[in-house]
Every structure is written in structure tokens, then in C-alpha cells.
Design a protein around this ligand. Structure first.
Ligand code: FAD
Length: 297
């Protein structure tokens, strides 16, 4: 960190949440077990665990949720997606979560892996939210996804806003954004919501930068724009991982600083199961840091 390193007056208790994916190998299991314990020390509101496209990690998601909950004692929200899933499979999953004391969900449409299946009865996230409310009432707190730079499949910007509104009206409690690197995108989105009388709590989703090729690939797929000046600097660090990570940390710290100073209620970090990049950003922001961080995390 260079010019962004001065600690700030702490923000008024921003809500922090940390997203994980279900680990696939023993090594990944170990990394996640360390990361969740280290991240728990900054007292997040909750963790969340993603759901593989087409339900491919249904069991892994449930197992990871219960493991993280047991290790940290904190709330953990499974992501659950509906596209291509049978309603009775979703019901069984909801029952299992309810029986295990899970009280919040991140409800998504998801994406169908190419060449696999059809849409099914629950085609959009708004259908899933309505279905969860129909069958479980107010038991779960439900977060949904939203897109300050618009969803890549939206017919147009206005249609995307209206679909987001529908999703909130179907019974969602709050929303987490897709990640972005331009803070103006978030504030413009909040203004656009206000104009359409969408008064949901909208937490910005933030992706730490640790690997240029990976972030370029993700961003191309999900429609998140990497501003040209950032892309060019990241490209220039090809092969120099330390410089890339230091610059990535600076960029994302500055993004979080602008979001929180502008009134964002908190930050949802897409951690990719690593604690260190997220904790470094929180430290730069002057937010609580844990006593001990494993250097491999
Ligand atoms: P929706 O809200 O259903 O929107 C999808 C598209 O359909 C949009 O273009 C929207 O404008 C359009 N649309 C919505 N309703 C209608 C309608 N009634 N008529 C016509 N068009 C409509 N993916 C995973 O597979 N697993 C995860 O764990 C996961 N976690 C995520 C977490 C967050 C915070 C976010 C932001 C995304 C996540 N995703 C995940 C990605 C997500 O599944 C994809 O972005 C997916 O393509 C859209 O999901 P959604 O819930 O936003 O869909």
C-alpha cells in the first residue's frame, strides 16, 4: 500500500459479509477452514456459500455451510439457485436448512451449464423468492443479487431495473450487488432504484484482485467492467505477482473507501476462500483486524 494507507476514522459499524465457494480438494478444505476462522475475528454479520451452476454443488454447499457455522458460531447463508431445479428438490433443501438452524439465504436464478436441461418451473430469481415465501413464510432472511452495470442477459437497462424491483416485491429482504470497480456505478444504481421506489438495502459486492487472468475471465463472463486504466496496469504486472497484488489491494481499498464514505451500508467480499486479501483491505480501511493471520490464507 502506498498513497491509500492512512487509516480512516472507523465507519459507523459497516456490515461485513464474506462469500466462500464449496472446496473440492483436501487442500482447499484446509484453506477454507483457516480462512473462515480468521475472517470470523472481524465479526462479520454472516458468511455465505455459493451454489454451483445447475445444482452441481448442492451437497458441497450444504456441507460447507454447516461446517463454517460450526467452526465460527456465526450465521451462514447458503446460496440457492432455481434454474433447472425441481421444486421438490428445492423444498427438501429448504427443510434441511431450516432443521439445521440456517436462517438466511441468498436466492438466485443461477445459470444452466451449456448443454444441460431446461429452465424448469422456477425460471427467475423472483419466482424462487416467491416460492420460498410461499412455503416457509418469513422464516428465512433472503438476499438477492443485483447488477449496477446490468445483468449481461437483460433486454435493456430499464427491463433489468424492473425485474430487480419485481424480485424485491416477491419478498426479498435486501440485495448484494455483482462486483464492479467503478464506485459511480453503485451510486448511480442507488439513484436509479430510488427513482423507481425500490427502497431495499443494497450492499456492494467487492472482489479483491489477486490474479489478473482470473479476474479478466470472471469479469468478461458476468459483465463487470474493469476500467481501462486499471486493466492496463494489471496487464503490465504480468509475471510480477507481488506488484499485481499490491496494486490490486490499493485499487480495491480505494473502492471500498469511496463506497463506505458515500454511505454504503457495508461490504460483501467475494473472498474466493482466501482471508488475506480481504483482511489487508479491511486493515487499510482501519476496520477491525484479527489478532493472527495465517500467511498462506
Ligand atoms: P434474475 O434476477 O432472475 O435475473 C436474470 C436475468 O433475467 C436478468 O437479465 C433479468 O433482467 C432477467 N429477468 C428477471 N426476471 C425476468 C422476467 N420476469 N422476465 C424476463 N426477464 C427477466 N450463480 C450461481 O450459479 N451460484 C451462486 O452461488 C451465485 N451467487 C451469486 C451471488 C451474487 C451476490 C450475485 C450478484 C450473483 C451470483 N451468482 C451465482 C450469479 C447469478 O446466478 C447469475 O448472475 C445469473 O445469471 C442471474 O441470477 P439472478 O438471481 O440475478 O437472476
Amino acid at each position: 500500500m502506498t498513497e491509500t494507507s492512512s487509516p480512516l476514522t472507523p465507519y459507523p459499524s459497516p456490515s461485513l459479509s464474506f462469500e466462500f465457494f464449496p472446496p473440492k480438494t483436501e487442500k482447499q478444505v484446509g484453506t477454507l477452514q483457516r480462512s473462515c476462522v480468521e475472517l470470523a475475528e472481524v465479526d462479520p454479520e454472516y458468511f455465505s456459500v455459493t451454489f454451483g451452476a445447475g445444482g452441481s454443488t448442492r451437497e458441497g454447499t450444504a456441507r460447507t455451510v454447516l461446517d463454517v457455522k460450526e467452526r465460527t458460531g456465526l450465521d451462514v447463508a447458503p446460496h440457492i439457485s432455481c434454474i433447472g431445479a425441481e421444486p421438490d428438490v428445492i423444498l427438501a433443501l429448504l427443510r434441511r436448512y431450516k432443521d439445521n438452524g440456517i436462517k438466511r439465504l441468498v436466492a438466485l436464478r443461477g445459470d444452466i451449464p451449456s448443454g444441460m436441461g431446461t429452465y424448469g418451473r422456477l425460471r427467475y430469481a423472483s419466482d424462487l423468492v416467491a416460492f420460498i415465501r410461499e412455503h416457509t413464510g418469513d422464516f428465512f432472511r433472503i438476499e438477492v443479487g443485483c447488477y449496477p452495470e446490468f445483468h449481461p442477459q437483460a433486454e435493456n437497462a430499464e427491463a433489468d431495473m424492473q425485474h430487480f424491483k419485481q424480485k424485491m416485491e416477491a419478498g426479498a429482504d435486501a440485495a448484494i450487488t455483482q462486483y464492479f470497480f467503478n464506485p459511480d456505478a453503485y451510486f448511480r444504481f442507488l439513484d436509479a432504484c430510488e427513482r423507481r421506489h425500490i427502497d431495499a438495502t443494497i450492499v456492494p459486492g467487492v472482489m479483491p484482485i489477486t490474479n489478473y487472468k482470473q479476474i479478466a475471465r470472471f469479469s468478461d463472463a458476468c459483465g463487470a467492467e474493469i476500467p481501462r486504466h486499471i486493466r492496463k496496469r494489471l496487464e503490465a504486472y504480468d509475471g510480477d505477482l507481488d506488484s499485481l497484488r499490491a496494486y490490486g489491494e490499493e485499487v480495491v481499498t480505494e473502492l471500498c473507501r469511496k463506497l463506505l464514505e458515500g454511505g454504503a451500508p457495508g461490504v460483501h467480499f467475494y473472498t474466493l476462500n482466501r482471508s488475506r486479501p480481504t483482511l489487508a483491505i479491511l486493515r487499510n480501511l482501519g476496520l477491525p483486524e484479527p489478532a493472527r493471520v495465517d500467511e498462506t490464507g
